[in-house]
Design a protein around this ligand. Structure first.
Ligand code: MG
Ligand code: MG
Length: 251
């Protein structure tokens, strides 16, 4: 990790352009999450979209990661490696990708339900999305990382879900992972100060059962310790003069 990097207006503009492209990439990937398609084919669609728009998939080769995206199914939390597995009806497909465009980086993730997910799966997805939105509400110059962490934790906790404590959100924009870490739990009013020009990736990971996770033998895929479902949403946002701007959106 490099230190906290405060970006200039021009740098934020570069990250915004990467973020808009990434939003399109994830929209395309969402539409491509259909039963019968392998996760490797889904990754090819993602990589093709990024490359054909003159950008690079940030994750490919990052610490040796072999693909353009992380695709994690059901009880897999993050860092799933695309492969021969076929998406099927009822799956929760977590797609996490990064775009590097003209040297600027954006990082975002979505959870896509395929077909008709169970009631508890739908609730988990909805609350994870709400946890991200709740954290975004606290992003402003002068607030602290603990305010975001606490918002995520409280949103999960009220709904009876657990947060993953071993993996964090992070600064991003020039390097994929910059300081500060943004845990999915924490105390209000503590932690690094948010300053105008910081760009951060906020990424709640919520589990139906235990928050504990384990690493699989491939040394990448993180799964829930009890094999129950997990959901993940992530946006890269900028701290602005008056609050926050979500950069990984095209609306
Ligand atoms: Mg990500
Ligand atoms: Mg991230």
């Amino acid at each position: 990790m490099s230190g906290i990097v405060v970006k200039s207006y021009k740098e934020v503009e570069g990250i915004r352009k990467a973020g808009r492209l990434l939003a399109e990439v994830l929209d395309t990937a969402r539409a491509a999450c259909v039963p019968g398609r392998t996760t490797s084919e889904l990754n090819d669609i993602i990589e093709g979209y990024i490359l054909s728009h003159g950008a690079k998939p940030t994750f490919k080769g990052y610490r040796g990661f072999p693909a353009a995206s992380c695709i994690s199914l059901n009880h897999e939390v993050i860092h799933g490696i695309p492969g021969a597995r076929r998406i099927k009806e009822g799956d929760l497909v977590k797609i996490d990708a990064g775009v590097t465009r003209k040297g600027f980086i954006a990082d975002s993730a979505i959870t896509v339900p395929v077909g008709e997910p169970s009631g508890e799966a739908r609730a988990l997805i909805e609350v994870t999305r709400e946890a991200l939105a709740a954290a975004v509400e606290y992003v402003r110059d002068g607030n602290r990382v603990g305010d975001l962490s606490n918002a995520i934790f409280e949103t999960a906790n009220k709904a009876g879900f657990e947060v993953v404590r071993d993996y964090f959100g992070h600064g991003t924009g020039i390097a994929l992972h910059e300081e500060p870490n943004i845990p999915n739990f924490g105390q209000k009013g503590v932690g690094p100060l948010l300053q105008k020009g910081m760009t951060i990736a906020i990424e709640p990971m919520l589990n139906l059962g235990t928050g504990r996770v384990k690493l699989m033998d491939d040394n990448w895929t993180v799964v829930t310790a009890d094999s129950r479902l997990s959901a993940h949403f992530e946006h890269t946002v900028a701290v602005t003069e008056n609050g926050c701007e979500i950069l990984t959106t095209n609306v």
